[in-house]
Ligand binder design. Structure first.
Ligand code: 1BO
Length: 277
């Protein structure tokens, strides 16, 4: 498995996203993914599936140290003290002694960032996680978080796909030796799969449109993708993206689709001002 090295963390470049997966189906998909060669599983307290992900991990015969597990603390739980307790609760649900990466899931402007980043570092010092990072942090807030963190942050996990320009954030992550982890990497309604640039590359390489888009992600320095699927047959397809390479013109043709600028995720209570940088 290809890895992205980010401030001391070796993050498998293609992971399994589990947002919206629940119950036995989730546990089963996690175990199947591991059997197929996935070594990176992403969950969050907010997804309400940590126990299911934990069952999937336990059902697999892949050793704990061979799997990179990420979870996230929701914005309601990121004050000092509360964050550590939330991380401990996540570990109990996952059935793990520690995770590999613990993220602040969403910024919360009502809690000082210094306090949140301090609590995140305390969780790391306490052995709850090997590495720390953030999610859904726009460039300016990321710069503040990087400056405040005692342990280097290893990633910013954000929505990223060819319809959404994240070039500023990709550059900021590279400058800080961090990974940008793409969630919703395939967009959502499949419309992206019909784009001529995607279809042409798929035909040329004998790959599916989904594989071309995932390849576009992992071929960018420092970018990790965590596609989610509810279908077992898609698991194998999504991970088979390391045996071909897109040419520079193919990469560029897909990158220009960002002109469409379509974002899928925001949050009502604390919408993020991405335009402010
Ligand atoms: C609001 C959830 C975003 C993806 O983790």
């Amino acid at each position: 498995m290809h890895v992205v090295n980010a401030n001391g963390a070796a993050i498998p470049a293609l992971g399994l996203g589990t947002w919206t997966l629940r119950g036995d189906a989730c546990a089963d998909l996690v175990a199947s993914a591991l059997a197929l060669g996935y070594r990176h599983v992403d969950t969050a307290a907010r997804y309400d599936n940590e126990a299911d992900v934990g069952r999937g991990l336990a059902a697999s015969d892949i050793g704990r140290d061979a799997v990179f597990v990420t979870t996230k603390v929701w914005y309601t739980d990121i004050a000092a003290g509360k964050l550590e307790r939330a991380a401990e609760a996540s570990l109990r649900r996952l059935g793990l002694h520690h995770v590999d990466l613990l993220l602040i899931h969403w910024p919360n402007p009502t809690i000082p960032l210094k306090e949140t980043i301090g609590a995140l570092n305390a969780a790391r010092r306490g052995g709850l996680t090997r590495h720390v990072g953030v999610s859904n942090f726009p460039p300016r807030l990321l710069a503040e978080a990087v400056a405040l963190s005692e342990a280097p942050l290893v990633c910013d996990q954000v929505e990223y796909h060819p319809y959404l320009d994240q070039s500023k954030l990709v550059a900021a992550c590279r400058a800080a030796d961090m990974a940008l982890v793409s969630y919703c990497p395939l967009f959502r309604d499949g419309g992206l799969f019909s784009e001529p640039a995607v279809r042409a590359a798929a035909e040329h390489h004998g790959k599916t449109p989904g594989q071309v888009i995932l390849r576009w992600h992992v071929q960018q320095a420092g970018v990790v993708a965590i596609p989610r699927t509810t279908r077992k047959e898609r698991l194998a397809e999504n991970i088979a993206v390391f045996d071909f390479a897109l040419s520079e013109p193919e990469m560029e043709a897909i990158t220009t689709l960002t002109q469409a600028g379509r974002r899928l995720c925001d949050h009502d209570e604390f919408p993020i001002d991405w335009a402010a940088g």
